[in-house]
Design a protein around this ligand. Structure first.
Ligand SMILES: [Fe+2]
Length: 191
């Protein structure tokens, strides 16, 4: 279930907004220049066939936003040391607050991930699930949690080769908010 939770930047003690309505999520984020929309989910998508499965949607976004390069990423749980090592490495990569020089545009073809956008004096946590397309505008402070058992296929859009590099702010704000695992478990229990 897609879920937007908004807290004050001071911490999650008080919840300002909590909604799983895609229209409300899109409207709330649009005020900050963040694009959120949904595509129809194609079943059985992998990193290998994602670009073909969503050819038309990808072409539309690339043309509208001027993206020159698109790729697909996949993490599929497996009982192997390789998966466990990758899960830790990939999760930690963007788990602290950072910005990018380029927009970070992601489509979730399968699975889930949480983008935490730190805008003004609030934190907007967007739990993205299959069918969600989210854009984090360039220079927006944010972090990303794929959980301790990453499971997703995502499509990434780029304007240039190194726009995805993280500029870390050094803030520990990310440690004060619920993790992917905690948000998913709360969403599942209908909290
Ligand atoms: Fe990022």
């Amino acid at each position: 279930m897609t879920l937007l939770t908004v807290w004050p930047e001071s911490g999650p003690e008080e919840t300002l907004v909590r909604t799983s309505d895609p229209e409300e999520i899109a409207t709330t984020l649009k005020e900050h220049g963040v694009r959120f929309s949904r595509w129809s989910v194609v079943d059985g998508v992998t990193a290998e066939n994602a670009l073909r499965a969503y050819e038309d949607e990808i072409a539309r976004v690339s043309e509208t936003e001027g993206y020159g390069y698109v790729d697909a990423m996949e993490m599929t749980p497996a009982d192997t040391d390789e998966y466990r090592a990758k899960a830790v490495e990939f999760r930690n990569r963007f788990l602290a607050e950072h910005t990018h020089d380029d927009d970070e545009d992601r489509y979730f073809a399968r699975g889930a991930g949480v983008f935490y956008l730190h805008i003004g004096d609030k934190v907007y946590a967007v739990l993205c699930t299959a069918g969600d397309l989210l854009s984090v505008p360039a220079n927006t402070t944010h972090w990303f949690d794929m959980g301790t058992r990453p499971d997703y296929v995502s499509v990434r859009f780029f304007h240039d080769d190194d726009g995805w590099i993280g500029n870390f702010t050094g803030s520990d704000i990310a440690t004060r908010f619920p993790t992917f695992d905690e948000l998913v478990s709360a969403a599942g229990s209908g909290m």
